[in-house]
Design a protein around this ligand. Structure first.
Ligand code: SAM
Ligand code: DTB
Ligand code: SF4
Length: 345
């Protein structure tokens, strides 16, 4: 018997609404979700969201650039690449005390997770001692730890895990087909290999992508498909809206439609029902209404604090006002920790 490639959307909707994770998604199914009438898509995303999460809680992470600029990679979106003149100057790895002071401030401001980012292709073994000390120090403050340091081999991943690293962020960014248009200094396979090393070392995965790279809907489908067919769904899925930075090749790229962005969030929520979906970079440029639609579509995590790595994020007062208007609460640390423990079982 030949199998039909056509997707029966009513059957798919009924199956999705139950909120059970699957790893055998086809691109055709994901495309069918993208093509749903907007109201139907958001309703389905809310149904799925409510099977696993309190719809009024948002997990809050704070980001710190511990090693800024001078990166040898050529990611066309990134202000930290040494290939482009963006005005970001290369700095050395931050010292331990300054990092811990930033983590204490983040905790005081309600963050449950502290994410340390470095503009590296991959960490040098000589830097890992200080990185491991930072991780242990942040963990001792009672925060979840996350790092994004570029590619890792199996041994580096193991060392980070032993130091207490909970999450590793490593994005696929876009579809496998479009990847080569954006980055030439590494491959999709390299990214998947690092993700496997992170998993094998026992860490949780934070992996997502960017909307606004000049990609087509097909590439957003390809990105979400690559994430959803991983052996385990990433526990965190950051969806970034490109922050356009003067000097990068993508400066001036046509901005994607906000509704397309919301659709991307909603489909991520539906196909990875147990993951935290992070409304990540780009909030500074978004209206309150667009952010509210993203939360309605199932986003339940943000970066809080007036800086991302090198670009602006909304300041705390603006986010506090938005949370108050929408009746949102920061996810208590205990809940975030408990969810992480459950996911690890
Ligand atoms: N160098 C490491 C790496 O690439 O994995 C870690 C830091 S890198 C800045 C982390 C992620 O930030 C990238 O994978 C990309 O998804 C996101 N990013 C970088 N520049 C961005 C921009 N201008 N707008 C939106 N997201 C961006
Ligand atoms: C992610 O997906 N987005 C964050 C975090 N992971 C490391 C980084 C956004 C960077 C935006 C550009 C900048 O501030 O330099
Ligand atoms: Fe380097 Fe990461 Fe920026 Fe790419 S995204 S240039 S790897 S810091």
């Amino acid at each position: 018997m030949t199998q039909s490639l056509a997707v029966d959307i009513d059957t798919l909707r009924t199956a999705c609404a139950a909120g059970q994770p699957r790893h055998d998604w086809t691109r055709a199914e994901i495309a069918a979700l993208f093509a749903l009438p907007f109201n139907d898509l958001l309703f389905l995303a809310q149904q799925v969201h409510r099977t696993h999460f309190d719809p009024n809680e948002v997990q809050v992470s704070t980001l710190l650039s511990i090693k800024t600029g001078g990166c040898p990679e050529d990611c066309a979106y990134c202000p930290q690449s040494a290939h482009f003149d963006t005005g970001v100057t290369a700095e050395k790895l931050m010292d331990l005390e300054a990092t811990l002071a930033a983590a204490r401030a983040a905790r005081a401001n309600g963050a449950s997770r502290f994410c340390m980012g470095a503009a590296w292709r991959s960490p040098k073994d000589r830097d890992l001692d200080r990185i491991c000390a930072m991780i242990s120090g942040v963990k001792a403050l009672g925060l979840e730890t996350c790092a994004t340091l570029g590619m890792l081999d199996a041994d580096q991943a193991r060392r980070l895990r032993e130091a207490g690293l909970d999450y590793y962020n490593h994005n696929l960014d876009t579809s496998p087909e479009y990847y080569g248009e954006i980055i030439s200094t590494r491959t999709y396979r390299d990214r998947l290999d690092t993700l496997a090393n992170v998993r094998d070392a026992g860490m949780k995965v934070c992996c997502g992508g960017i909307v606004g790279l000049g990609e087509q809907t097909e590439d957003r489908i390809g990105l979400l498909h690559s994430l959803a067919i991983l052996p385990a769904h990433p526990e965190s899925v950051p969806i970034n809206m490109l922050v356009q930075v003067e000097g990068t090749p993508l400066q001036g790229t046509e901005k994607p439609d906000g509704i397309e962005f919301v659709r991307t969030i909603a489909v991520a929520r539906i196909i990875m029902p147990e993951s935290m979906v992070r409304l990540s970079a780009g909030r500074e440029q978004m209206s309150e209404e667009l952010q509210a639609l993203c939360f309605l579509a199932g986003a339940n995590s943000i970066f809080l604090g007036d800086r991302l790595l090198t670009t602006k994020n909304p300041d705390r007062d603006r986010d506090a006002a938005l949370f108050a208007k929408l009746g949102l609460e920061p996810m208590p640390y205990a809940t975030a920790e408990q969810r992480s423990a459950e996911a690890a079982e």
